[in-house]
Write a protein that binds this ligand. Sequence first.
Ligand code: BES
Ligand code: ZN
Ligand code: ZN
Length: 488
Amino acid sequence: MKITFTEGSKSEIVGFMVDEGGKLPSAAEALDKETGGLLTEASASGRFSGKSGQQAFVVLPKGSSAKRAALIGAGKVKDRDDRAWERIGASTYKAHANSGFKSLDLHIDDPQNAARAALGAKLAAYRFDNYRTKMKAEDKPSLSAINFITTDSKTAKTAFKPLDAGADGTYLARDLVNLPPNDLYPASYAAKIEDLAEHGLEIEILGEKELAKLGMHSMLGVGQGSVKESKLGIMRWMGGKEGDAPVALVGKGVCFDTGGISLKPGAGMEDMRGDMGGSAAVVGAMLALAKRKAKANVVGLVGLVENMPDGDAIRPGDILTSASGQTIEVQNTDAEGRLVLCDVLWYAQEHYKPAAIVDLATLTGAIVIGLGHHHAGLFTNDDKLAGQLTDAGLAEGERVWRLPLGSEYDRQLKSKFADMRNIGGRAAGSITAAQFLQRFIKKGQTWAHLDIAGVAWVEGEKAPTDPSWASGFGPRLLDRWIADNYEG
Ligand code: BES
Ligand code: ZN
Ligand code: ZN
């Protein structure tokens, strides 16, 4: 999708925003006159009243400057926040995507608002058709260019640049989550991460030999039942001051989670292709940071494994020794994400002494029960960080909701045989998972964990900005958090 900003029109379809009440905007007056009042008539006919989500279309007479006009219901002016602008861009794209026309102009005077609408249009235009070989031309979107007509196209372009970088991060995260597990496994994933070097990221990939040397036997245990080699992917963006401690972003990258010997039920297991959603958020965020040349030091670390049942797989009852030296009794091989993260979190602290760590993981089914599909679970040892992440999530529409941590919950992890067990019983499953991770956070280390199991993908009816199975949750939240708190 090509997005441009100009001060004049050039497309086949021309769109005008209409406030609730139905009054035509001044930008539409000339065309309305030229067509003998066709736009006024459309704005006052049928149920169209300018309510958010409504659209009315006008076929323009021969010789007009465009072929079609669209009146786009933009709702009440007072409700028009960034989300609403994104929705205006997204629903305009969606309404004309398969119209047969290639280009559309949308009049939005304010350049900042035009940039937000452009982000919405770009998010809505995402497709994942790589695996379809029989798509007919008429099933593919025709609309390939949206031009925003604003009072100041230069300002709009500048405002769109970082938003565009964020959207590129979202696109990458969506692609990674959507990819099937036969094509996205630790080594192929690591190769995709290596490709990001072209954007200026420093990449390092560690394989099983190196991970064993580092004592990461908890993470290695998870990958032990798979023929695919486990990998640790490291991405560095050092755009900040030299010597400033970096922020660390850590992601769960379970490319497929069968549950292992504690096998998951068959129905719906295919969704576990998305169990690398936390890592996709981190990789997408790193791309966004590099694309907008963020003035911050950030390191992304993703633990890439496949959780399979096999003669050599870990068993319930096995005791693993983590890189931190702490031992873990595996009582359920399906609670594998924490076994991966605990070693990657330890590695991040040992090698980078981060100013703050945020980890993201599709960690528990319990968070889907608790928060559904509209908030990620937030767990943190730092109230300030809680506020920062909550604000960044609200600003970008990737919301998080804080849940508690506490020693009462931690006690549920006691093991008869080892330093801890990897499950905490039925009660408070998302909290005990977070408690498990906290056992690998050093004293004084600022840390937050986002359980994104409910938001990484969503089945069924979705927002126009979120058109695919994979939502691509995370990159824009992380990018915004870094922009607002680590860049001067
Ligand atoms: N990947 C799953 C969590 C998950 C469930 C993500 C549903 C997305 C949708 C995770 O590895 C898992 O299986 N967790 C178990 C933990 C339990 C065994 C303590 C769960 O949530 O059931
Ligand atoms: Zn699992
Ligand atoms: Zn999992």
